[in-house]
Write a protein that binds this ligand. Structure first.
Ligand code: 5GP
Length: 202
């Protein structure tokens, strides 16, 4: 029997670069599935429905909560975000590793339900650099940037609840660190008990 896939949960403040790291990793490795979240946030220029997010109205989002369609959901900086449940469980049961790129409240909900998941926190080199990245990204007005910076401090306060940090000083190095975590997790004894028993203990 094929092992179940591993659930990787990636958090980190806006501007830390977790989206860029996950995207680069997915392009490099075809054996991973990056979950597409639903949100009530309006699309940014260039964002495509069904690719970056499923963009839902608040009514549609609340309906999906009612129908138990989310693995987790959270309210973040004025918008709802949630992980559609079905696809994630489908991939895991097929033995495919899944990445959720979600904020801290949602990650803690996943942890309560899936303590076996791997929790990774992406950190910028400093708060100063984070602010500069958010300003240079030019995707939000200054009030939203300030709101996100305040939220960043709250999020970093939860870092010790995660299993790993990835320092994003350089994107290539950060992707390598992520891959190293994936490989290490695949080698854990508790994830290989069936294989060991089947091949060496029978
Ligand atoms: P953004 O608006 O910048 O795309 O995302 C804002 C925050 O929401 C980011 O920290 C992102 O990781 C998080 N996020 C994206 N999708 C989900 C989700 O499905 N659930 C939760 N809880 N957070 C999400």
């Amino acid at each position: 029997m094929k092992n179940k896939g591993i659930l990787f949960v990636v958090s980190g403040p806006s501007g830390a670069g977790k989206g860029t790291i996950c995207k680069a990793l997915i392009e490099k490795r075809k054996d991973l599935f990056l979950s597409i979240s639903a949100t009530t946030r309006k699309p940014r220029p260039g964002e495509v429905d069904g690719v970056n997010y499923y963009f839902l109205s608040e009514e549609e989002f609340l309906e999906k909560i009612k129908n138990n369609g989310f693995l987790e959901h959270a309210f973040f900086c004025g918008n709802y975000y949630g992980t559609p449940k079905d696809k994630v469980y489908e991939k895991l049961s097929q033995g495919i590793d899944v990445i959720l790129e979600i904020e801290v409240q949602g990650a803690m909900k996943v942890r309560a339900e899936h303590p076996e998941a791997v929790f990774i926190f992406v950190l910028p080199p400093s708060m100063k650099e984070l602010k500069e990245r958010l300003i240079n990204r030019n995707t939000e007005p200054i009030e939203i940037i300030n709101q996100r910076l305040n939220t960043a401090a709250f999020e970093i306060g939860h870092v010790k609840k995660y299993n790993y940090i990835i320092l994003n000083d350089e994107i290539e190095k950060a992707v390598e660190r992520f891959e190293a975590i994936i490989e290490a997790e695949k080698c854990r004894i508790e994830r290989n008990v069936e294989f060991i028993n089947e091949v060496f203990m029978s």
